[in-house]
Design a protein around this ligand. Structure first.
Ligand SMILES: Cc1ncc(COP(=O)(O)O)c(C=O)c1O
Length: 386
């Protein structure tokens, strides 16, 4: 037997670290929100094999719970192993072929991400844009569909950068009238805002685990309607992204149950528990809770003389944008809340940087106690930053 000689082990990265300890935080920003304690318990269970019959059954339960949360019968409904952006990319990767026309209705930061992705898959991208803080009217959507004749209309339901909830009534019908698929980002709406994918004619949707579902980031729920599946099945070329190819993934998540990639089993334990908690509460109750707590927050800010960025009719219950008053150092106040009170709130993104704070009340965190806590801090501490 030959004895192999190794070079000396380099020591310059060999440092001594303490075992991990994470500060206590109340996450009232744009996401993630705090995980439900029962979800954390589920995540800490010992992993089992990703082809274990117990796990295979659990996968079916996750799919069924997701169908309930989204109100859809879509066969192909599954959590992508990746964050919301992975599921976002999956909707594009599977349905766009080079030269396909896609229309993106942009009203904030995440609309631009959809454009970037569609462009990378060599779609012919058209856009309509709305000022940040506003929503599209049905007439604006219809005239753009007539003008651009896309095969896909993509938009964000709950725009996390502005706090706007796009009204969806009638858009699915228009997409049928003009023969295009309706792709919807539900990252900041799933679990917190009414969503009826099938009744509203939504063909492709994606979300995340870390907001309304109160699970850590790491999974991206994805769903595709039979109508969109037809487009997938009539592709001329392969889906140009192996990892996100739903026809391959469906061999694992569908009836064959054959290996595709090693699923993050503990994340799926977590999301199963998160979705189970949502179904135990009931969608109507969860939506109602988000609405009531958001209203309590809005009224509280108004009493304090602070202006909200979005008008009431299209305000998102899961995320509120508050205008930073003139002369206040918004960033310093955000840092103060984090450092001295362990509370995270968000600053503005893109064109709203320095202009708004973003306060999230999502999933487990949508409680009247959290609302009162943050309002109290704005009342007592903000005057020091004026
Ligand atoms: C509306 C919206 N879409 C997409 C994403 C991307 O999700 P992720 O950061 O989980 O990849 C986010 C993230 O916050 C979002 O708010």
């Amino acid at each position: 037997m030959t004895t192999q000689t190794f070079p000396p082990v380099a020591q310059h990265h060999h440092k001594v670290f303490e075992s991990i300890s994470v500060p206590n935080r109340l996450l009232l920003g744009p996401g993630p929100s705090n995980s439900h304690p029962d979800v954390l318990k589920a995540l800490a269970l010992p992993p089992i094999g990703h082809l274990d019959p117990f796990y295979i059954d659990l996968m079916g339960e996750v799919q069924e719970l997701l169908r309930y949360a989204w109100q859809t019968d879509n066969r192909l409904t599954l959590p992508m192993s990746g964050t919301g952006s992975a599921a976002m990319e999956a909707t594009i990767a599977n349905t766009v072929e080079p030269g396909d026309k896609i229309l993106v209705a942009i009203k904030g930061y995440f609309g631009h991400r959809l454009v970037d992705m569609a462009d990378r898959y060599r779609a012919e991208v058209s856009t309509i844009e709305k000022e940040w803080g506003k929503a599209f009217s049905i007439e604006e959507i219809e005239s753009a569909l007539i003008k651009y004749r896309p095969s896909i209309l993509a938009m964000v339901h709950a725009e996390t950068s502005t706090g706007v909830c796009q009204p969806l009534e009638g858009i699915g019908d228009l997409c049928r009238k003009y023969d295009c698929l309706f792709l919807l980002d539900t990252v900041t709406s799933l679990g917190g805002v009414p969503l009826f994918l099938d009744a509203w004619g939504i063909d492709l949707a994606y979300s995340c685990s870390q907001k309304g579902l109160s699970c850590p980031p790491g999974l991206g729920p994805f769903t595709i309607s039979p109508r969109a599946e037809k487009k997938l099945n009539s592709r001329l070329g392969k889906v140009p992204n192996w990892y996100l190819d739903v026809s391959l993934l469906n061999k694992y998540w569908g009836s064959d149950r054959v290996y595709h990639h090693t699923a993050p089993v503990n994340m799926n334990f977590g999301i199963r528990e998160a979705l189970r908690l949502l179904s135990e509460e009931g969608l109507e109750n969860a939506w109602n809770r988000h609405q009531l707590n958001a209203r309590r927050l809005w009224e509280g800010f108004e009493k304090l003389g602070l202006d909200l960025y979005v008008k009431k009719e299209i305000r998102l219950p899961t995320l509120t944008t508050v205008q930073i008053p003139k002369g206040v150092d918004g960033k310093a106040f955000t840092l103060h809340l984090l450092k001295n009170h362990g509370i995270e709130i968000g600053g503005g993104l893109g064109v709203l940087a320095g202009k708004v704070w973003r306060i999230g009340l999502m999933g487990y965190n949508s409680t009247s106690e959290n609302v009162d806590n943050i309002l109290n801090l704005f009342e007592t501490e903000l005057p020091r930053f004026r």
